[in-house]
Design a protein around this ligand. Sequence first.
Ligand code: M6P
Ligand code: ZN
Length: 189
Amino acid sequence: MMHNSISEPSQSLQPESGYLQGEGIMNSEKRIKHLKGVFGDDDAFNKLDLEKLVYKVQAHLPVKEGTPGGLYFGTTTIQPGKIGKEYFMTRGHFHANADRAEYYWGVQGDGMLILMDSNRCTWAERMFPGSLHYIGSFIAHRVANTGKTPLIFGACWISDAGHNYEEIASNGFSGRLVEIEGKPKLVEG
Ligand code: M6P
Ligand code: ZN
């Protein structure tokens, strides 16, 4: 049987900015006060305004978290800034179902995708408008804004991936992305 109906989509995505609009878009914010223990330099952290916005996430989560076979879609905007020498960045996570993969892609600004495998080997990929990043199984991921304007990136992940923040909260990444002589560098720590 055919439904003779043409409808408008319930959600839309602004291609230039990644901005999501429509039914059921979730918005969340991470301010300095939400990011205790994420950055290496505690003195620099404690001097900052706790209410300062670091990043926000918009997401379309059409199925219940944990549903096999569904997909989630998000846009993350990281403000420019540093805490000590370390760039503003997302908390970062492994997936709770650690073998689930994810795509990230650059929309606006300059950044770095920081990746760490299960042997705690860390590396980074440059992010720029149009860059595409396949984050495979068992790889922790976080994004840093290395530029002077907001960094916007898109993400698409599996609805039963989940987030494991505990591993990163306890042990961090084995490398940190800091600014040295005006350039981003991955250093031990
Ligand atoms: C992307 C996706 C989300 C994630 C967000 C912020 O949009 O990977 O699942 O929540 O980035 O990253 P985090 O949760 O690590 O702070
Ligand atoms: Zn993820």
